[in-house]
Design a protein around this ligand. Sequence first.
Ligand SMILES: Cc1ncc(COP(=O)(O)O)c(C=O)c1O
Length: 393
Amino acid sequence: MTGFAKDFPILEQKVYGKQLVYLDNAATTQKPNSVIDTISDFYRTDYSNIHRGVHYLSERSSERYEEARKKISDFIGARNPGEVTFTAGTTDSINQVARSLEPSLKGNEVLVTGVEHHSNIVPWQMAGAKPRAIEMDEDCNLLLDSIDITKKTKLIAISHVSNVLGSVNDIKKITEIAKDHDVPVLVDAAQSIQHLPLDVKDIGCDFLAASGHKMYASTGVGVLYTSDRFSDLMPAKGGGGMVDKVSLEKTTYQEPPLRYEAGTPHIAGAISMGAAIDYMQKIGLDKIEKHESDVYSYARDRLLEMDNVTVYGNTDRMCGSISFNMDQIHHYDAGLIMDKMGVAVRTGHHCAQPLMKSFAIEGTVRASFALYNTKEDVDRLIEGIEKVEMMYT
Ligand SMILES: Cc1ncc(COP(=O)(O)O)c(C=O)c1O
């Protein structure tokens, strides 16, 4: 193993006798030794429930949990750690916002894009709102000059980076437009937090959702940034830990972030997010962005050169994922053959059925990249595609 891949033990293995090339990072990323060790050491030395104990281990666990919150808060440029809530992941974060804003959303609309993951569509529908997509051109650039905010628009909820195309949306411009209409903005950062530097103050968003497992940390944990101008939202969940006083008649809540964290959280998961941030910062975010951008551009160029391959989307800025199809070959069959070549890609609609509908396709093959991928991995992907083509002609 060379480069950053040597930090990820799972990548050392061979599958079907071939060195594994893992290109399913938009689904989930692998974990570096430092994150694995942090989780295991935490359970060995400090583990206990947090915030409610007087004893030593509870103090240690609480400290480590709050340290992780501070790291994430600094990582995304929040004003203070109180703006960062631990959740179960991006889906949970978005659902919590939908529940809290439900009274204002019901019967109104949420402006989204045509590339959204189902997690940024279904929760709004369940809250009684109608998602409406901002128009895009045929390359999937958002047409922000024609953005149409009406009296019914109660929220703009937008992915930063598409999990299918890798298109990067200009979220800063969107928040500027939204401010003129006094409409809050939620950013789904599930596919950007691991690739691009984020600064919520600079972006000017009100909410930002992300998942730990897509940024080298555990599954079952994520974050919701809630700007302190929404510090008195109705919590989406009730239970222990989020209350100030409870009687059978009336309950009062803690200040944020605790008021949004009902029940025992994923303590080790939160700490793993802190460790993942330490890992990325040790490498350097600029270095990660530069390396990933080189590998990504190389992959796009190689795929675009292929006669039998259609690559979807071509926006001004792209990162992370690339989706394509091969002429006359079902994406699922292509993925199966590539798997036997040791190349792990994902196939299907990628939880973005509205986008698939706009391309009039059922699904794609998706190669998605992380900091440990290299140009050699791209060469293996291309060899895989060539093999698929050979088997079908
Ligand atoms: C853009 C986007 N939003 C939301 C999600 C949902 O994330 P999770 O399943 O971690 O909650 C995903 C997952 O792939 C995603 O890519």
